[in-house]
Each structure stands twice: as structure tokens, then as C-alpha cells.
Design a protein around this ligand. Structure first.
Ligand SMILES: O=C(CO)[C@@H](O)[C@H](O)COP(=O)(O)O
Ligand SMILES: [Fe+2]
Length: 223
């Protein structure tokens, strides 16, 4: 397993003070910035785009920016995010006509590529493309909103994807997104996740360092 990564979802940050909020979670021990992009089409919510990603880079953020695209179509916006400073770009297979082509497009733009599995998306969507991916993101809520409850079937899906990643022999990250809290992150880690997105659990807490430290301890303890 690769070292654990904690990626706060800025969807739950105070957007009026976004630069300061990102600085604060990184200073509090976060590893990546999780950047949720919603289009009011693929998902029923509207958030932020490449301009905001670029603004964070100009503000001085050097940590990896983990862009989670919940948009349809996907391909047209990929070069914009690459230019804006995205490190990793993940997308939903239902939102791309040609999943393999989108993965190659992301990598051709110099970013790492991730594929996202919704709660009802079967794991076999990874067939023929796992060897090209840098990350698999298992959604433990339906995409579109922060603050939803963790869907327990995601644990079984994590175990299945973990087996497939290990069998591939490649260093593919396994990320979980949705309803992740200090009290369930141990079980999530034990099921095979190594990359943990948390929005409301981190930004909804007054002490970011405390909640991130509690998450890290629970990851190590597992179960
Ligand atoms: O992609 C999404 C939601 O679609 C997430 O990244 C959420 O923003 C996570 O928020 P919490 O469930 O942790 O509050
Ligand atoms: Fe997300």
C-alpha cells in the first residue's frame, strides 16, 4: 500500500476565503486539495472551474490539486484544467463517450488520470483501462453534494478494487469520496483505500489539524 493521502474537499470550504482555507488545511497536515467540479447537467449542482484552480496556483498553492470532474461532456475542459494547474483529473465513465480516449487525453496533457465509480457503477468498468489509470475513485455517496451519509456497500467495492489493483502490480491509488469521517475512516482504510477525500468532516470542524490528526490515527489503527 502507498502512504495515506488526505484530500480535503474544498466544496465545504468558505468560498469567500478560499485561498486562506486551502492554506489552512495544508498547514494542518492535508496532502492534496480535492477540487469538485459540477455542471448542473451531469449532477444537479454548479460549482467551480479552471479559473478557480488557476487562482489557487497563483495564490501560491503548490500541493497536488485533485480535480474531480462531475461534468458532461468531459473532454473539452481537460486541457483548460491542465493549463490551470491540475495535477490529477478524474472523471465519471457515464459522462464520457470514449473512456479510453479521455484517459489518454488527460495523460497527454501531463496530468495523472483517475476513473470514478458511482455507487451503482460496476467494477468491471475498469476492464481494459486499469492499466492506464493512476487512480480509481470509489464514490460512497451519489455525486453532487457534500455532507451526505456514507453508503456502506462502498466498503465491498473497495475490497474488490483493491484486489484488482494489487493483481495488476501497478501503483494505482484507491480513493474514497463521500461521507468520510474520523469514525468510519479506519474501516475504509482496512477495506483498501489509501486516498481519503473529506469535505464536511474537515471544514465543518473548527480545528482542522485536530480532525486530520484523528483521521490519520484511525487510518493506522484500521477497522
Ligand atoms: O464529490 C463529492 C460530492 O459529489 C465530494 O467530494 C464531496 O464534496 C465530499 O463531501 P463530504 O461527503 O466529505 O462532506
Ligand atoms: Fe469529490
Amino acid at each position: 500500500m502507498q502512504p495515506a493521502v488526505i484530500a480535503p474537499s474544498i466544496l465545504s470550504a468558505d468560498f469567500a476565503r478560499l485561498g486562506e482555507e486551502v492554506d489552512a488545511v495544508l498547514a494542518a497536515g492535508a496532502d492534496w486539495v480535492h477540487f469538485d467540479v459540477m455542471d448542473n447537467h451531469y449532477v444537479p449542482n454548479l460549482t467551480i472551474g479552471p479559473l478557480v484552480c488557476e487562482a489557487l496556483r497563483k495564490h501560491g498553492v503548490t500541493a497536488p490539486i485533485d480535480v474531480h470532474l462531475m461534468i458532461e461532456p468531459v473532454d473539452r475542459i481537460v486541457p483548460d484544467f491542465a493549463r490551470a494547474g491540475a495535477s490529477l483529473i478524474s472523471f465519471h465513465p457515464e459522462a464520457s463517450r470514449h473512456v479510453h480516449r479521455t484517459i489518454q487525453l488527460i495523460k497527454g496533457e501531463g496530468c495523472r488520470a483517475g476513473l470514478v465509480l458511482n455507487p451503482a457503477t460496476p467494477v468491471d468498468v475498469l476492464d481494459y483501462v486499469l492499466e492506464d489509470l493512476d487512480l480509481v475513485l470509489v464514490m460512497s455517496v451519489n455525486p453532487g453534494f457534500g455532507g451526505q451519509a456514507f453508503i456502506p456497500s462502498a466498503l465491498d467495492k473497495l475490497r474488490t478494487v483493491r484486489e484488482r489493483i494489487d493483481a495488476s502490480g501497478r501503483a494505482v491509488r484507491l480513493e474514497i469520496d463521500g461521507g468520510v469521517k474520523p469514525d468510519n475512516i479506519g474501516a475504509i482504510a482496512a477495506a483498501g483505500a489509501d486516498t481519503f477525500v473529506a469535505g464536511s468532516a474537515i471544514f465543518g470542524h473548527s480545528d482542522y489539524a485536530d480532525v486530520i490528526a484523528r483521521m490519520r490515527r484511525a487510518i493506522v489503527a484500521g477497522g
